[in-house]
Ligand binder design. Sequence first.
Ligand code: PA5
Length: 434
Amino acid sequence: MITTNLSTQYVQAFIAPNAVQIELSNLDKAYHELISKTGKGNDFLGWLNLPEDIPLNLFADLNHTAKQLASFSEIIVVVGIGGSYLGARAVIEALQHPFKLLLPDEKKPFVLFAGNSMGEDYHKALIDVLNGKDYSVIVISKSGTTTEPAIAFRILKEHCEKKYGKKDAQQRIIAITDEKKGALNKLATEENYKTFIIPDDVGGRYSVLTPVGLLPIACAGFNIEKLVSGAKKMRKVLFQNSTLSNNIAMQYAFYRYLLYKAGKKIELVVAYEPQLFFFIEWYKQLFGESDGKDGKGIFPTGAIFSTDLHSLGQYIQEGERHLFETVLSVEKVASHLYIPFDSNDLDGLNYLKQKTIHEINLTAEEGTRLAHISGDVPNMRISIPEISEETLGELIFFFEFSCSISGYLLRINPFDQPGVEAYKSNMFRLLGKK
Ligand code: PA5
């Protein structure tokens, strides 16, 4: 049984009455191309079986390594970019205490990220912090040649070796990369680093359920077996149900596609829990890099409400009508913070007394949905009962599966990213790389 629900009730009015009937055979084709591994990019479908395929000894090795790193590290720096960091960060930030670093007796280590930008001040500030802390580094790159993480790693490697000496530094560095090729693979072999493999047939943005995501998540103290078990449950349901009426990933992909055909070119994924910010970043990469090809594709973006209702809200309500909204709704939260009664009621909030913030947040969600629908913004709602390893695992597989079907509906290859090369070749030329 999965716990994720999808509501498409507020989409129907925005699509032509016969659109479902006309496009249904395309959806059926897209689903079967994916399941039978006969569609474009089918050499990158390893993620499709990952939840079932992860061997028990890999879980044990990941948990053991995480424990070992934690035993001598206050900080673990995860070096990677794109799919080599977003999945881990999405899960960790969704589950972690938002002020973990400020809690006096919180369990160590704290996971930080580097190499996903070339902010010099950011990396210098990180080095300043690492001067006074014990730390380890997990360097992640499937190709092993991506410049941004390679630069960050070179700097961190040098720092680590100076601080701990070459031998100790070797125990503090873990590499996650391709089994055979790439500069990182070569370097890790030379330096004798412990290494985890990214399977050949799993692309970066589909790799969160490989060591790429699982090791950092385990290091942050979260249960990776539960994460994978959530994904496994979702996988089972999506494989067993092959029609629009009973498969929520098909529904999500299909209605996005029909909205796109009706002129809604932008999807705004919205959450009302700020700790889902990086989950939305992960979604943006997954869909943006998968579907944005051949002059086609929905532009994936996101927002945190109420925060962004006070920045983007005006545009969403009354700006150009080219967007639709997908709300990531969380039914229950872990804490209860009641609005206190105040005898003076100077702020006029006594009408809310004894309501929890979450109750009010859910009301804001409902009120916003109704306002946006009346402002001609179609709305879908994906709800989970709570934020946990299991529900995040369900969502990860749900989005990966939907994203692939979306790509096949658009008749593109959802598993490559040829457009990412354009900036790189310019940068290399300008830098004078041979
Ligand atoms: O999804 C992808 O394949 C990309 O976003 C990559 O993850 C990203 O470019 C990083 O690549 P690599 O892991 O090879 O350093």
